[in-house]
Design a protein around this ligand. Structure first.
Ligand code: FAD
Length: 398
């Protein structure tokens, strides 16, 4: 250890201040269990980064009943269904009627604002804008996190339990020796070209469109800002796309005899989002536990990533709370298996939605017709729709 490295002692050391890390730290704080979160980005960068937008009912309950904030109920938008659109026609899947649940449109940056404010309100220890994070001694009963803070001071956190909540590009998962880690990974031959536009909503709920020109998602953000995506080549360069070209591409993917027309406006953000499915098994190494994108990634079609991160935290929090209440490690030992049950269900759902709604660049006419057969089979069947509704709104939390 360098001479000037300051040692901090805490119960739970958390790498990553995304939804998983901050929610876990919040729940632990509510239970009187101290933690330190180290996050490499600054508050403003996280607050202004656009990512997920759909919250399952279980995620909403974690925010409201978990004492974070009830702003999601006031400023979010409850959606009771989605439209599946193919052959130029829309088919509504009515979540309330099928399974009695809804989802909420509430951007991930607002979730971050709520969680960060709750940590500040409750005196939580969150260090933003840190550099040179390292994890060590994970397999011992005194794991450690090293980092340099935003003033250049070096620290070493000594904890009982280390949590890797540092997302898909983080260091925690990669610190697990290759011979005790199984990486399950697939990549898809397409991506989403995403835009944010200043325009009124084109539809009251999300539209998932499968067309002969490829997939499109017509989504919303607020009364004045909308989020839309269309299936593209993973190597597409957003700078090659003018506003008119983007709007024409989106429109032709939702065209149909009903004359549905997108409401256009200025586009102020363009990104290409690559599609991957990944699971790290087990989601644990010694006294280090992975939560959220650090342990798994799903393609965004099923809107599962953020929700899965919060579901992991729900299981992990109970395990850590039980450890401090009883001294028993049973729930900690069972964490990975329990979290992975939901992870693999969500992997399957995200894969299913992706393959049913997108067209692979090399798809044969048979594959194209088969996917349309699958879609029409789902919307024609109450059981097919109910499976989709149950998975999309979220299985019950642990
Ligand atoms: C464009 C886009 C759209 C999406 N849409 C949806 C959607 O509609 N619905 C949905 O559910 N999900 C969606 N997702 C996925 C969702 O955003 C993630 O699943 C979610 O952010 C996972 O939360 P997390 O806390 O596990 O990880 P993250 O949010 O990635 O947080 C990890 C944090 O760790 C920090 N970190 C990384 N490395 C270090 C380090 N070495 N030291 C310290 N800190 C570190 C990072 O800065 C980051 O803040 C989308 C993602 C993208 C990119």
């Amino acid at each position: 250890m360098g001479e000037k490295r300051t040692v901090l002692r805490t119960k739970v050391g958390i790498v990553g201040g995304g939804p998983a890390g901050l929610m876990l730290s919040h729940l632990l704080g509510q239970a009187g269990i101290e933690s330190i979160v180290v996050e490499k980005r600054d508050h403003e960068t996280i607050r202004t980064t656009h990512r997920a937008g759909i919250l399952e009912h279980g995620s909403v309950r974690m925010l409201t009943e978990g004492g974070v904030s009830d702003r999601v109920l006031r400023d979010g938008y409850r959606h009771d269904g989605i439209d599946l659109r193919f052959g130029g026609e829309s088919h509504r899947v009515d979540f309330q009627e099928l399974v009695g649940e809804s989802v909420w449109l509430y951007p991930q940056n607002e979730v971050f604002v709520d969680l960060a404010a709750a940590r500040e309100r409750d005196g939580g220890d969150v260090r933003y804008a840190v550099t040179d994070t390292e994890v060590l001694d994970q397999a011992t009963d005194r794991p450690k996190i090293r980092f340099t803070d935003d003033q250049g001071a070096d620290y070493e956190v000594h904890c009982d339990i280390l949590v890797g909540a540092d997302g898909s590009q983080g260091i925690c998962r990669r610190s697990i020796p290759a011979d005790v880690r199984n990486d399950h990974f697939i990549e898809y031959p397409f991506a989403w070209f995403g835009i944010l536009t200043e325009a009124p909503p084109s539809a009251p709920e999300l539209i998932y469109a499968n067309s002969d020109h490829g997939f499109a998602l017509i989504s919303q953000r607020s009364d004045t800002v909308q989020r839309m995506y269309f299936q593209s080549d993973p190597n597409e360069n957003p700078d090659d796309w003018s506003e008119d070209r983007i709007w024409d591409e989106l429109q032709r993917r939702v065209d149909g005899p009903d004359g549905f027309e997108l409401k256009r406006g200025p586009i102020f953000d363009k990104t290409v989002l690559k599609f991957r499915s990944y699971v790290c098994e087990p989601m644990r190494y010694g006294n280090m536990f992975l939560a959220g994108d650090a342990g798994h990634t799903v393609p965004p079609t099923g809107a599962k990533g953020l929700n899965l991160a919060l579901a992991d935290v729900s299981v992990l929090f109970q395990a850590i709370e039980s450890f401090y209440a009883s001294g028993s490690r049973d729930l900690l030992d069972g964490y990975s298996d329990k979290a992975l049950q939901r992870v693999w269900r969500a992997q399957n759902f995200s894969y299913w939605m992706t393959s049913m709604l997108h067209t692979r660049p090399d798809a044969s006419a048979f594959e194209r017709r088969r996917a349309l057969g699958e879609l029409s089979g789902v919307v024609a069947s109450r059981h097919g729709q109910a499976y989709l509704a149950e998975a999309y709104t979220g299985w019950p939390h642990a």
